[in-house]
Write a protein that binds this ligand. Structure first.
Ligand code: MIC
Ligand code: SF4
Length: 641
């Protein structure tokens, strides 16, 4: 299998530390760069300190503040100070609040072809737009990478997506990935890397490529990657970084485990309906649906091309009186250009509200839409409740569709706006580093300020040998980490305090769960397919673990959440549909010799005491993963070494 001739294979081969490049094999790769953002980052730095490290061992690490920027109390501000001190102490770049969204800033400022990037955020693959192998991971894995420990992964299947033709007017890169989501679903990319090739690639700018890679996360993929070609070189030049360029393309004889084709010229404007990014239909099918809010921005769609186009379309027009249009630019570089050429003025005059350069409404950090309203967003996720309003309906579409909806007050085909503006990318972007702190040249033993809400990483007990526990929860397919542990302005400020944040576990769907678990002391969760889809937030594993969850029985797992469960010593067992049907909430399960089972067995039996039945379940774990779970988590595992 000529995996090494694919683009992803070539990058992996150059970084391979252990194992063989064969699908399904466990390998370890060296990580050149890491990124963290504040909502996951505080825990990463607590973990990094718990590993006893004094500086990062990567070529480059960046700590971004972009999620928890609303400062309604001291918590978020204290987190920012803590992260700034950590960055100075451990030799890390620090991107202050207001500098932009991590993925967009990283793409412009640091991403490099042929390099590897591990980030504590699921949209880290955005950097695949320049031919980087960029992977989202749980914070603990990123802390280990910062400590110079190679990243352990299973070699994914590599799928080639051959692009032909050119996007027609009114169709954007967003439609390419929405089209793939419609074809493959939110589970379609699990265990896969998507590699984009073919003659259509050269018709896409780096930003458009990045949009496609960004939402590969919604397919559940490991990552997505584009070639590094002349377009990439021009992009790096425009950002003053041509020296970072290196070519990357598939070599002769590259073999793929899957092949797909997309004719870009045949695509039409698409839209994802509430409440899943794969509920995709043609915009025509929902024409006439009224909208009360339109949000433009996020790490998916806030490039110069996107925002310039939005401003051209808003120019001399007025936002519909029923609509609140909010725009959150993704980086200072793009924002600065748009300020200077007057684009922001056109937006403001049309009635748009310009927000801070941050994630903002995408993670429910403000701008919750009105009750029962329709909100159309250029973002990447529309899980129920994520916007901050439980009964709001969130639609996902391109900036073209978004701006048309803002002007007409309803979903319409964007061609109603007349001619599609022609946007020429600047030959030279501004570089504004006023909110970016470089790492100090020398190691300074500066004190790290830790506000009262920042609590040390909790101690985790090893796996018990006898597990007797109740099924405290039985859920459906596609439960997201937003369901397990919500984001939003009310919960996110507690990301540095596991004790407090654990009170919000499953708060929306199962508000009694936390109390019940407190009474039980220990518990088991039963789940359907694709359990834990969505974000990389390790809090969605650590907080349930803190409350006493030691075993999850699911029909299938999302990659990131599965890794996080293991990292915190929760057993991620697999069950078939028949077993799923037979287990109910409140069933009492007994497993003897659990340690022995986890160490050695691939199948074992669950005893449902009161029903007097035994049901089979499976463990698909590597030896390393088994040992991590036995120790009660990866931190204990590395400390023991
Ligand atoms: C998200 O989009 O859900 C987030 C917020 O960026 C998360 C990270 C987090 O929960 O902090 C992600 O995608 O990993
Ligand atoms: Fe931020 Fe939204 Fe992107 Fe997550 S998906 S990094 S919350 S902009």
């Amino acid at each position: 299998m000529r995996l090494e001739n694919t683009m992803a294979g070539q990058v992996i081969k150059r970084h391979l530390k252990e194992g063989k490049l064969y699908p399904g094999e466990e390998i370890a790769i060296c990580v050149d760069q890491t990124l963290t953002q504040d909502a996951t980052g505080t825990l990463v730095y607590l973990e990094f300190m718990a590993l006893g490290m004094d500086r990062v061992k990567t070529e480059l690490s960046v700590s971004y503040v972009d999620h928890n920027t609303l400062q309604t109390g001291f918590e978020n501000a204290d987190d920012h100070t803590f992260l700034m001190d950590c960055a100075q102490r451990f030799k890390v770049y620090f991107s202050k609040a207001g500098n932009g969204i991590c993925h967009q800033v990283h793409l412009e400022r640091f991403a490099r072809p042929y390099k590897t990037l591990l980030g504590s955020d699921s949209h880290t693959p955005t950097a695949g737009g320049v031919g980087m192998l960029a992977i989202g991971a749980g914070g603990m894995d990123v802390a280990l990478a910062m400590a110079g420990i190679p990243f352990v992964m299973r070699v994914p299947e590599i799928v080639r997506v051959e692009l032909k033709g050119k996007l027609p007017p009114w169709v954007g890169a967003k439609d390419v990935i929405l089209h793939l989501l419609a074809r493959l679903s939110v589970k379609g990319g699990i265990g896969k890397i998507f590699e984009y090739t073919g003659p259509g690639v050269r018709n896409l700018s780096v930003y458009e490529r990045a949009t496609i890679c960004n939402m590969g996360a919604e397919l559940g993929a490991w990552t997505s990657i584009f070639p590094s070609d002349q377009v990439t070189l021009n992009f790096l030049k425009a950002h003053g970084r041509e020296r970072d360029w290196e070519p990357l393309e598939p070599k002769e004889g590259a073999e793929y485990q899957g092949n797909m084709e997309i004719d870009l010229s045949k695509l039409e404007p698409l839209i994802a309906l509430p409440h899943s990014p794969d509920k995709v239909v043609n915009v025509r099918e929902v024409e006439g649906t009224e909208v009360q809010q339109v949000c433009i921005g996020s790490c998916t769609n806030s490039s110069f091309r996107d925002l310039k186009m939005v401003s051209q379309l808003l120019r001399d027009r007025k936002v519909h009186q029923e609509v609140s249009l909010v725009i959150s630019p993704g980086s200072k570089s793009v924002f600065g250009m748009l300020l200077e050429d007057g684009s922001i003025a056109h937006m403001v005059k049309a009635g748009a509200r310009i927000l801070e350069l941050a994630c903002g409404p995408c993670i429910g950090m403000g701008q919750a839409p009105p009750s029962g309203s329709n909100s159309l967003r250029t973002f990447n996720r529309n899980f129920k409740g994520r916007s901050g309003t439980e009964d709001a309906n969130v639609y996902l579409a391109s900036p073209e569709v978004a701006v048309a909806a803002a002007l007409f007050g309803k979903i319409v085909h964007p061609s109603l706006l007349g001619d599609h503006p022609k946007i020429v990318e600047p030959a030279q972007y501004q570089r504004d580093d006023s909110l970016l702190l470089s790492p100090p040249a020398e190691i300074k033993d500066i004190p790290i300020r830790m506000g009262p809400n920042i609590r040390p990483f909790p101690e985790l007990e090893p796996l018990p040998d006898l597990l007797e526990a109740k099924v405290v929860l039985k859920t459906d397919d596609n439960i997201s980490t937003d369901d397990i542990l919500p984001g939003g302005a009310k919960v996110l400020p507690f990301r540095s305090n596991i004790e407090v944040i654990s009170k919000f576990v499953y708060q929306r769907l199962y508000p009694d769960l936390v109390e019940e678990l407190k009474g039980e002391g220990i518990g088991i969760i039963v789940a359907g397919q694709n359990y834990g889809q969505g974000s990389s937030r390790e809090h969605a594993a650590l907080a349930p673990r803190y409350l006493g969850i030691r075993l999850v029985l699911a029909k299938g797992y999302a990659r990131l959440h599965r890794a996080n469960l293991i990292n915190f010593g929760i057993v991620p067992a697999l069950i078939g549909d028949e077993v799923y049907q037979r287990i109910e909430k409140n069933d009492f399960i007994r497993i003897e010799n659990l340690r022995e089972i986890v160490l050695k067995q691939d199948t074992f039996w669950l005893e449902l005491k009161e029903k007097g039945i035994k049901l089979p379940c499976q463990l698909q774990l590597s030896q390393r993963e088994r040992e991590i779970i036995l120790k009660g988590g990866i931190l204990n595992y590395y400390k023991a070494q």
